[in-house]
Design a protein around this ligand. Structure first.
Ligand SMILES: *Cc1c(COP(=O)(O)O)cnc(C)c1O
Length: 438
């Protein structure tokens, strides 16, 4: 958390100039709160970073980080493009009246139904991941009598310096066409010769929560060796290079990611250098930040319930959510910072473990954090939960998923309602009597 925490005169944590205690009272806990001003600032920082260079660019929000109708509408308002990875995310985007031609479709196993839906909707580009998809998309395009714009997802063979579960650029990855094994060239050749497909660019995404542009630069260099060769062989130069997302954020004080300016600067300069050296036309440059746009904007508010101290000296405080509203600590051992939201921070802080309420020993949100004299009923704010929090939320133990509220400049608005118990059984059907089964 790199931003200053602001408290009201009564010592209530303020989010977007709205009192967090009031938010908890009005909407209940757990509650996801997004300060949309922070999302605006982040988008502006990426735009500003590009605007220093004489290049055409596009910033697409990777909506898998946090996809709801209101968020998609905000993305539209900010003038960003949008990435989706499933029919459900595409449906969300189209339901928000987001323009189809600015939507790009990713994923390593898009179904025929999903692809047809995307083609019929007239989306801006399909980022093709594998040969199976390439054939299927070509057939669908022919049947629908359309020419579909595609990018090819290339696996550049670089190892991202991040958790293995969010590293995607290495050769042994489930994603993309391998660059060095001839697959990428084969896909390139097939696409440019396919009358139903229009190759608009090449794409890679090497991983998430990266702190420097080093691996992006390695990937660009690796890719340009081939782009150059392919240009000589096929006289075809892709108009767009899409370098994916993965720009890291500051979950805790020890996370020190480069700023968008430094990150984007390094990427753009690397592409400009490669093009100049090889005397190639500079492409349009696309990026796909997810986490970097929404992560730091999100705060989750919880109410503290039971507490206990072990003989080994650990104090557990349990909150009214957990791995159901934030899976990342259990999935990736992710670290977070937190603070008591209903009073000023004090000098006498003590290390506690923040546990969730799910029936799993692994349901620990924060292994150790210094908090001031916690007691049951306190409001706990966990910071930087905007990305992959609500997006990965689930109903384990049949916990209803929390509500989502946007705050900005002193105003709050509910954008996702809290699930009810009725919602939990909405799709359940009663057991048939045995005689009725056959
Ligand atoms: C997940 C993903 C992103 C966004 O990653 P962040 O770490 O959230 O920036 C971008 N592009 C692709 C293809 C992805 O799969």
């Amino acid at each position: 958390m790199n931003r200053e925490r602001i408290y009201s005169q009564e010592g209530h944590l303020m989010l977007g100039n709205v009192d967090s205690v009031q938010l908890a009272k009005t909407y209940g806990t757990p509650l996801y709160v997004f300060d949309t001003e922070i999302i605006r600032e982040k988008a502006a920082a990426f735009k500003e970073a590009f605007s220093r260079y004489p290049v055409n660019y596009q910033i697409a929000y990777a909506s898998k980080a946090f996809s709801t109708v209101a968020m998609v509408q905000l993305v539209d308002e900010l003038g960003l493009a949008l990435d989706v990875v499933s029919g459900g995310e595409l449906y969300t985007a189209l339901s928000a009246d987001y323009p189809a031609e600015r939507i790009h479709f990713h994923g390593n196993n898009k179904s025929e139904e999903e692809l047809r839906y995307a083609v019929k909707a007239g989306i801006g580009a399909v980022i093709v991941d594998n040969f199976y998809e390439l054939d299927m998309l070509s057939n669908i395009a022919r049947e629908e009598n359309k020419i579909v714009k595609v990018m090819l997802r290339i696996t550049p063979g670089v190892e991202a310096d991040t958790h293995a579960y969010i590293s995607t650029g290495q050769e042994d990855s489930k994603f993309g066409f391998y660059l060095t094994k001839g697959d990428a060239e084969e896909a390139f050749r097939r696409t440019i010769r396919d009358p139903q497909l229009l190759l608009i660019g090449l794409h890679f995404h090497i991983g998430s929560q990266l702190f420097t542009a080093k691996t992006h630069e390695q990937a660009i260099q690796a890719l340009y060796e081939y782009v150059d060769q392919w240009y000589k062989t096929y006289q075809f130069l892709p108009g767009i290079i899409n370098v994916g997302g993965g720009f890291g954020i500051r979950y805790t004080e020890s996370d020190l990611p480069e700023t968008p300016q430094t990150f984007i600067g390094a990427i753009v300069e690397c592409i400009l250098r490669e093009c100049e050296q090889r005397n190639l036309k500079v492409p349009e440059i696309w990026i796909e930040p997810g986490r970097a746009l929404v992560g730091e904007a999100g705060t989750t508010l919880y109410t503290v319930g039971s507490m206990k101290s072990t003989r080994e000296g650990r104090t557990y405080i349990a909150v009214d959510g957990g791995m159901t509203d934030n899976l990342r600590p259990a999935l990736y051992q992710s670290k977070y910072e937190a603070a008591i939201a209903n009073r000023f921070p004090s000098e006498s802080e003590k290390a506690v473990t923040v546990a969730g309420k799910c029936c799993e020993s692994g349901d620990i949100l924060i292994d150790s954090i210094e908090l001031s004299a916690v007691k049951p009923g306190d409001l706990l704010a966990v910071f930087c939960t905007g990305a992959y929090g609500y997006a990965m939320a689930n109903n384990y133990n049949r916990l209803p998923r929390p509500a989502v509220v946007f705050v900005e400049a002193g105003e709050a608005q509910l954008v996702v309602k809290r699930e009810s118990y009725e919602d939990l059984i909405r799709h359940d059907l009663p057991l048939k009597k045995r005689s009725q089964i056959r």
